[in-house]
Design a protein around this ligand. Structure first.
Ligand SMILES: [Zn+2]
Length: 218
């Protein structure tokens, strides 16, 4: 795909899509109140808004290879600033860390040699090493699709743990007004599993009961 196709899409948006949603965009031009911070991989196959059927203004999105959240105060920069802004300024009620199947970055964690010349990627992937070790202790085989899935799930759990080390996240959790969620998105099937603390496992997300939905913040 060339940039021409991207430009065609932009012009189509301006001519056909924007006019249909003019009120929403003009309201959003005055401010935002997103409902969640959504931290996911930069992988081009993930579209958080399509996946969650959310509109502009509803998700504050942090895209980062491997959906990695360095523990505070390591690697202060874009990820930590995005978390601070979402949690401390915008006051999002929920944070979702969303991993995904067939993650090239996590394949690199399993097989690091080809990525060694890429010093930034290699350094970043060190934050997924605790997940690799934890997955290796659970899975008898240390390669193949089963191990990659175990690593993907464990990586989400580890990054949720790292998220809790960020001071504003810890403060909001202590106040009881912030919820953390760990998801894994199956790209080919469109399915999402979520980490269940009681079961200590990723389980398919179920449609919320109407009463629960009515009780949620709108
Ligand atoms: Zn990925």
């Amino acid at each position: 795909m060339s940039v021409d196709r991207i430009l065609k899409g932009l012009f189509r948006f301006q001519k056909r899509v924007y006019p249909k949603h003019r009120d929403l965009f003009q309201k959003l031009a005055l401010g935002q109140r997103p409902q969640a911070l959504f931290i996911t991989c930069a992988d081009s196959r993930i579209d958080p808004c399509m996946l969650t059927q959310t509109k502009p203004g509803e998700l504050f999105i942090c895209r980062i290879v491997g959906n990695i959240v360095p523990p505070y105060p390591d690697a202060i920069g874009g990820v930590s600033a995005t978390i601070e802004y979402a949690v401390g300024v915008l006051g999002v009620p929920d944070v979702i860390v969303c991993g995904h199947t067939d993650c090239g970055v996590l394949k690199g964690v399993m097989n690091p040699e080809p990525l060694e010349p890429l010093t930034s990627v290699s350094a970043w992937l060190s934050y997924a090493q605790p997940a690799r070790k934890a997955a290796a202790s659970q899975e008898p085989t240390h390669s193949g699709p089963e191990f990659l899935l175990a690593l993907t799930e464990r990586n989400v759990i580890e990054q949720l743990g790292n998220l809790r080390t960020h001071p504003l996240v810890a403060a909001r959790l202590a106040q009881g007004d912030l919820q953390l969620h760990g998801w894994v998105y199956d790209l080919g099937e469109g399915l999402v599993t979520a980490y269940d603390n009681d079961q200590q496992a990723f389980v398919p997300l179920e449609r919320p009961e109407p009463t629960l939905r009515a009780g949620r913040r709108s």
